[in-house]
Ligand binder design. Structure first.
Ligand code: V47
Length: 358
């Protein structure tokens, strides 16, 4: 199905797209036109530049009281796979990654039923003390809301305490699809769509930047995808706090949705393009190579993406769900991938300051 001429004209005239326009884009099978339009918008925003960073992932625990149907990483207390990291384990992990020149620690975890809020504050403080120059991007809005619940503190106070301990920004996870129907179905035991948005609103108000994600390729409809994008766009109009949007293709292995087929290149590139076209007020679209694969991440640069995430030492969440990508790559691999596509690789820090151009 073709993209309606009226929608193409709106994009070419830089007009904001409506819900109906978004649905027309989702119905389209003209992937090359979608790519051309999204790539044009990307060029207007960031030119030939494609960003990457050098980072490491830390997951403090896989014990989780939410047990979302799409998650293969989490487990119950007492499961043979269950682990909780001590401060020294975390510092050792980061020390090991430092030789690769990382500038960011990306830390997200299960909702542990027993660990107090002080465990997380102490951890951030210890990382800040041990590695003063590293940016700590940690805790999804879902975790922040959970910390508020277990500590009895308002979300704002939770964020203030974490910020004082050294938190630099929030990652975009836990958004899944911002739809009550989907959340009741797949993740009823954690923050609702409204709560996820509220945490982000408060974080942005405190000067903390964040990202936003969409988990696609499971039980969602086109309408739910577009409504998700509109909720993010509306909040961005209000706060301006989102830096980048990251569409995450669902990996079904070891989840409760094993009869679902993992999205292939066409769907990944389509959602990337539609995200770029709908989110006119978000600067960056990230192709998270761990989930898309390196080759599709490279193609995503022609479908609206301007960021490929980072070197990602030791990814666990997607690999528990059957990802066939590496658990990390070198800077040289990312630089090659970007240059081969005719773009200019720029290593950035978490807040999109340029560190080095290659
Ligand atoms: O919140 C969980 C998703 C997210 C599966 O902000 C799954 O820079 C696919 O949010 N298949 C965590 N996805 C990852 C994430 C992220 C990654 C990279 C960069 C940033 C950023 C954020 O992964 C979870 C959930 O939405 N997820 N299980 C799965 N089986």
């Amino acid at each position: 199905m073709n993209i309606p001429e009226t929608v193409i004209s709106k994009i070419e005239e830089a007009q904001r797209l409506s819900r109906e326009d978004g649905l027309a884009l989702m119905r389209s099978t003209d992937i090359l036109s979608l790519g051309r339009l999204a790539r044009t918008v990307k060029q207007q925003k960031t030119g030939d530049t494609v960003f990457f960073n050098a980072n490491c992932h830390v997951n403090l625990t896989n014990v989780c009281s939410a047990r979302c149907g799409f998650c293969a990483f989490s487990c119950d207390p007492g499961d043979p796979r269950a682990y909780v990291m001590a401060e020294e384990d975390v510092l050792d992990r980061i020390r090991a990654a430092q030789s690769a020149g990382i500038t960011e620690v990306h830390m997200v975890s299960g909702l542990h039923p027993d660990k107090p809020f002080s465990y997380y504050c102490d951890m951030v403080r210890a990382i800040r003390r041990g590695f003063p120059s590293l940016h700590i991007k940690a805790f999804t809005a879902v975790e922040i809301q959970y910390f508020s619940k277990i500590s009895g503190l308002p979300v704002e106070d939770v964020l203030i305490q974490l910020k004082e301990a050294g938190l630099g920004s929030l990652p975009g996870g836990g958004a899944e699809v911002l739809s009550d129907r989907i959340r009741l179905n797949l993740c009823p035991n954690k923050a609702t769509a409204g709560e996820w948005l509220d945490v982000m609103r408060i974080a942005h108000g405190l000067g903390l930047k964040s990202n936003a994600t969409l988990l696609f390729g499971h039980v969602e409809s086109n309408e739910e995808i577009i409504d998700h994008l509109l909720l993010i766009r509306d909040l961005q109009d209000e706060t301006g706090g989102f830096q980048t949007f990251i569409p995450l293709p669902f990996h079904p292995e070891n989840t409760t949705l094993t009869d679902t087929t993992k999205p292939a290149a066409f769907e990944i590139l389509k959602i990337c393009s539609v995200s770029r076209l709908m989110l006119d007020n978000i600067d960056h679209i990230k192709a998270y190579w761990i989930m898309t694969g390196l080759k599709v991440a490279q193609m995503a640069l022609f479908f609206g993406a301007d960021d490929v995430d980072g070197t990602v030492t030791e990814e666990k969440i997607t690999h528990a769900a059957g990802a066939d990508t590496a658990v990390g790559v070198s800077r040289d691999t990312l630089i090659h991938l970007i240059k081969e596509a005719g773009c200019v690789p720029v290593q950035r820090d978490t807040l999109y300051n340029s560190l080095e151009t290659f």
